[in-house]
Design a protein around this ligand. Structure first.
Ligand code: ZN
Length: 135
């Protein structure tokens, strides 16, 4: 692990999958990324895999009527969101809102890593679902 530098960095990339089991070996055994235990979140089973300071989070829907289930049904498996760790989450959310970016979460909530997170709507960020989290 590198020291925790100030400034925004990629915390994780969320990848929506149809099933975890066939994909974990690619990241773990072929790419050599260590598995990181993560809690289920938003109706998704999650496997974290470490790439330096960042994670790849594989997200498998537990039911069709969940955010990941709906995403996979509509768009197929693939990159779902990018999460940036920021120095001041509350300040960053206020900055985004003041600048006209559409917030999905007006107030941060607790995400899979046990940290506070908040999402920005992809219609205001070039089609990318952006998650912001505490460091
Ligand atoms: Zn995430």
């Amino acid at each position: 692990m590198e020291p925790n530098r100030p400034g925004t960095r990629i915390a994780h990339i969320g990848v929506a999958v149809e099933a975890l089991a066939p994909l974990v070996p690619f990241y773990r055994d072929i790419l050599g990324m260590a598995e990181v235990p993560l809690a289920d979140s938003d109706g998704a089973k999650i496997v974290g895999l470490a790439a330096g300071e960042s994670l790849v989070e594989l997200l498998e829907a537990e039911r069709p009527d969940t955010p990941i289930g709906k995403f996979v049904a509509k768009r197929g498996p693939g990159i779902h969101h990018v999460c940036f760790a920021v120095d001041d989450l509350d300040g960053m959310l206020a900055k985004c809102q003041a600048a006209g970016y559409r917030l999905i979460d007006q107030v941060p909530r607790v995400g899979a890593e046990g940290k506070r997170v908040a999402f920005l709507h992809p219609t205001s960020t070039g089609g990318v679902l952006v998650e912001l989290c505490d460091k």
